[in-house]
Write a protein that binds this ligand. Structure first.
Ligand code: TYD
Ligand code: MG
Length: 457
């Protein structure tokens, strides 16, 4: 008991100084941040006000007894389904009680829409017990409740779901915690963590100190009350944002929601996950009436049919699954002194490298031609196993040969050699399953030149 008293006193007196630039945490004030070198950037974060409830203390007491492996029961933690099997898969089977998940992504990509739908599903579910109905609390620091309602009108929800789904537009994080303690929701959504602020901390909403403070309060509330909590974090154009990524060590999982905005394909990836795999992806599509999950393996081939030259299929890995995607290449004479190289869906530097290899090792005269490559369907490919398909699509366009139904799998090396790729058999199997029999891969050819020659010219 004495230990517990000491513990709670210590918890109340935590003061730290946090760098506003990089989030470095120090127990004392320093003039210069040792992490990023910025002067005068450390701000004091006042005592964390959130008190540990008695329930938490009891749990702590139990946790003080070490157990042998045999004493630990191996039953899976109970998980709450999000209603999307694609999202459950990424989470490792659903939401774990008391876990905190950061959902990061570009503004406008569909994070709020996805969470609104997940919220409705959990609001209407029985949570595994017949007489219990889930209640969901959606905290919005970004939009007014009226704005959210407008969006929600596009999404179908039953009366029961609507009744159990509560919205609150607020920025004061200390007040949010009070509401959470009072209402004890089955799921808490905070949209977004960058808009939460507390008067106990210096700096504006969105500053590192504010984001960290808000996250630590919410994490504590989530763990104490066993409430699964999803925090939304915007990622800026610069990429890994000052805000959300600093949180990655404070939360249990970091998921990224991404996709090319011009297309409707959206991919959910896990970047970190304490309760599940990190290589799983969920595939969604943004429709007029909300987000739908994509289960059809031919999703990326919806518009694949024409016999024109310049199109080759690639079999790419997303997480542990193989997908067929269409690579479109276009090669035309250039009017410019430096011909254009335009890539959408692949890195333009990789395109330049492949063009150099095609020129040197397959003797394709591409130096004075404009080259365009596009990945149909809105997927962004970083998988080197799609190199061969990119090369063959350019060859097909240059020579005006239709390669309809051809699937190419392989990495292309600088010496013009073909290399095998991870899960080659799985990729081939997926292509065969969808009825494509003409497969060009490392299995049959060892160089790019051999693969091109096999196509007839
Ligand atoms: P939103 O969820 O607000 O994005 P985020 O929270 O990541 O900033 O999504 C906004 C976009 O989604 C907006 O351009 C409209 C579009 N949208 C649809 O296409 N279908 C829908 O059913 C809804 C609600 C939004
Ligand atoms: Mg939003």
């Amino acid at each position: 008991m004495l230990v517990l008293v000491v513990f709670s006193v210590v918890m109340r007196n935590i003061t730290s100084f946090v760098c506003q630039e990089c989030g470095y945490d120090s127990p004392q004030w320093l003039g210069k941040c040792p992490e990023c070198g910025t002067w005068n950037s450390l701000r004091e974060i006042s005592n964390i006000k959130y008190q540990i409830s008695n329930r938490r203390s009891e749990k702590r007491e139990l946790n003080l007894t070490p157990k042998t492996l045999e004493e630990i029961s191996s039953t899976e933690r109970q998980r709450l389904s999000t209603g999307f099997s694609e999202m459950d898969g990424v989470l490792g089977g659903g939401l774990v009680a008391g876990s905190v998940i950061l959902l990061a992504g570009d503004p406008g990509i569909g994070k709020s829409t996805l969470l609104l739908q997940v919220g409705f599903i959990i609001a209407g579910s029985t949570l595994g017990e017949p007489h219990v109905t889930g209640n969901v609390l959606y905290i919005s620091g970004e939009e007014s409740v009226e704005q959210i309602k407008l969006r929600a009108l596009r999404i179908t929800a039953s009366q029961k779901q609507k009744e159990q789904f509560k919205l609150l537009s607020i920025n004061d994080i200390d007040a949010v915690v009070k509401v959470v303690e009072k209402t004890k929701p089955s799921l808490l959504i905070v949209d977004s963590i960058q808009t939460m602020e507390s008067s106990a901390v210096g700096g504006m909403a969105g500053s590192i100190a504010q984001i960290r403070y808000a996250t630590s309060l919410l994490t504590r509330a989530a763990k104490t009350l066993s409430i699964p909590t999803i925090l939304v974090g915007h990622v800026t154009k610069e990429g890994m944002v000052a805000g959300p990524m600093i949180l990655s060590h404070m939360v249990d999982a970091v998921l990224f929601f991404e996709g090319e905005k011009a297309t409707n394909t959206r991919i959910l990836r896990s970047f970190k996950n304490r309760f599940g795999p990190v290589d799983e992806v969920g595939i969604f599509s943004m429709e007029e009436k909300g987000i739908k999950e994509v289960k059809n393996p031919q999703h990326f081939l919806r518009e694949y049919s024409n016999k024109t030259s310049g199109s080759v299929l690639a079999s790419t890995l997303e997480g542990s699954r193989a997908f067929l995607v269409e690579i479109q290449g276009l090669v035309v004479s250039s009017k410019l002194p430096i011909p254009r190289r335009v890539a959408s869906g692949i890195d333009v530097k990789r395109l330049e490298l492949l063009l150099a290899v095609l020129q040197k090792h397959a003797s394709l005269p591409l130096a004075t031609l404009d080259v365009f490559v596009n990945v149909a369907g809105g997927l962004r490919l970083t998988d080197r196993g799609t190199d061969l398909a990119i090369c063959l699509s350019l060859f097909s366009s240059l020579k005006n040969i239709s390669l309809l139904g051809t699937v190419a799998i392989g990495e292309v090396g600088l010496l013009g050699e073909l290399r095998t790729v991870p899960y080659l058999e799985k990729r081939i199997k997926e292509a065969k399953k969808l009825g494509f029999k003409h497969i060009i891969s490392y299995n049959a050819y060892k160089t790019l030149n051999e693969a091109i020659k096999s196509l007839g010219k």
